[in-house]
Design a binder for this molecule. Structure first.
Ligand SMILES: NC(=O)c1ccc[n+]([C@@H]2O[C@H](COP(=O)([O-])OP(=O)(O)OC[C@H]3O[C@@H](n4cnc5c(N)ncnc54)[C@H](O)[C@@H]3O)[C@@H](O)[C@H]2O)c1
Length: 344
């Protein structure tokens, strides 16, 4: 039986208390949903800077085991209240997006480094069992080697990448200094239902799905051969819960969270179009791809070696890219209001 099934079974028997920061965000809301499904006690914290109230209500509205605090992870008093008595923190709150961090590095630092530090110190003082936090594949930076292996990183290419690397350094220093256990998860292009498609900094999959549904052009930054290791959100959820419950020896480490496969942007576009056709949704020809310049701060190729998470956490992705896209597309289509057709 896969390790995740064992973990789920044991959590169902012995519920724990989990704090999810960034609970109103994309990945955070999926963590809340899974944990409540496993009958855990869940405390969410979010300031709605990029998260949405409907993400919370979709997964936790009125749930007796869910408590929500609206506020900032830099508010130490509030974080203290949120983490007291918790077993685990799953720290997702951050300002994502490389371009956003290039536009406003101060805001990225404040949320991603100061906020991480404040939350980690509150967790240390509350003596929680383990602090699992969202790092990013962006820490591989200018290292061109493929696949990406945890021990071999490069120099960060953006303020966002720097913030995530700083978090990793702080995590190690706080574990050796105070004993609070940390695990960092380097997410690689996570996608799925509820990922925001309307923000100026939205990720490629939601942006293109939105464009395909609206009939506005999908812009490929570069030549279409840029590639990413796209990871369905349920795989990331599994990795978080495995990381929180793994043996102590798995802590003070970072792990790649991905599928271990590489998809070019040109292939991604084709998969999205084909997926919509399978759902009998006709993407207008006006959504046909156009090509724009490469984006500053972007790495050319990204592919994870996931063997460390497989061996040490028991991570076993349940969804490959195409299975994940099918679930994501179904959600976007069902939640999308199609433009009214003209009569006749
Ligand atoms: N989605 C990805 O592909 C991806 C890839 C690598 C890393 N990550 C990391 O994973 C985490 C979750 O990302 P996501 O895609 O769900 O993004 P998201 O923007 O949907 O979620 C982040 C949440 O954090 C909240 N938040 C931000 N700053 C806050 C603050 N100061 N106080 C309280 N709440 C705050 C936002 O309101 C939002 O709800 C982030 O740390 C992100 O950097 C995501």
């Amino acid at each position: 039986m896969p390790r995740y099934d064992d973990v789920r079974a044991s959590l169902l028997k012995d519920p724990r208390t989990w704090v999810v920061t960034g609970a109103a965000g994309f990945i955070g809301s999926h963590l809340v949903e899974e944990l409540l499904g496993l009958q855990q006690r869940v405390i969410g914290l979010d300031n709605f800077s990029t998260g949405k109230r409907e993400n919370i209500s979709d997964v936790a509205r009125g749930h007796p085991a869910f408590t929500f605090y609206e506020g900032d992870i830099n508010d130490r008093g509030l974080v203290d209240v949120a983490v007291v008595g918790a077993d685990f923190v799953l720290h997702q709150a951050a300002l994502g997006s490389v371009p956003r961090s290039i536009k406003d590095p101060q805001a990225a630092h404040h949320a991603n480094v100061d906020g991480f530090f404040t939350t980690a110190l509150a967790a240390k003082d509350a003596r929680i069992k383990r602090f699992v936090y969202a790092s990013s594949s962006s820490v591989y930076g200018d290292n061109p080697d493929l696949p990406k292996i945890e021990d071999t990183i490069g120099q960060p290419l953006s303020p966002y990448a720097a913030t995530k690397r700083i978090d990793e350094i702080y995590a190690h220093s706080l574990q050796v200094s105070y004993g609070l256990e940390f695990i960092g998860l380097r997410y690689f292009n996570v996608f799925g239902p509820r990922q925001d498609k309307d923000s100026a900094y939205a990720a490629v999959i939601p942006v293109w799905v939105g464009a395909l549904l609206q009939g506005t052009p999908c812009v490929i930054n570069g030549d279409g051969e840029t590639s990413r290791d796209f990871c369905f959100v349920k795989n990331a959820v599994q990795a978080n819960i495995l990381a929180a419950t793994a043996p102590d020896s798995a802590s003070d480490e970072v792990y790649n969270v991905a599928c271990g496969t590489r998809t070019t942007l040109a292939t991604l576009y084709a998969l999205l179009r084909a997926g919509l056709v399978r759902m009998h949704v006709d993407a207008p020809a006006t959504a046909g791809p156009t090509f724009g310049p490469f984006r500053a701060g972007d790495v050319r190729h990204s592919l994870a070696d996931i063997s460390k998470a497989q061996k040490q956490l028991g991570y076993a992705p349940t969804h490959d890219v195409e299975q994940g896209l099918a679930e994501a597309l179904a959600w976007y289509v069902s939640s999308h209001t199609l433009p009214q057709r003209k009569p006749g």
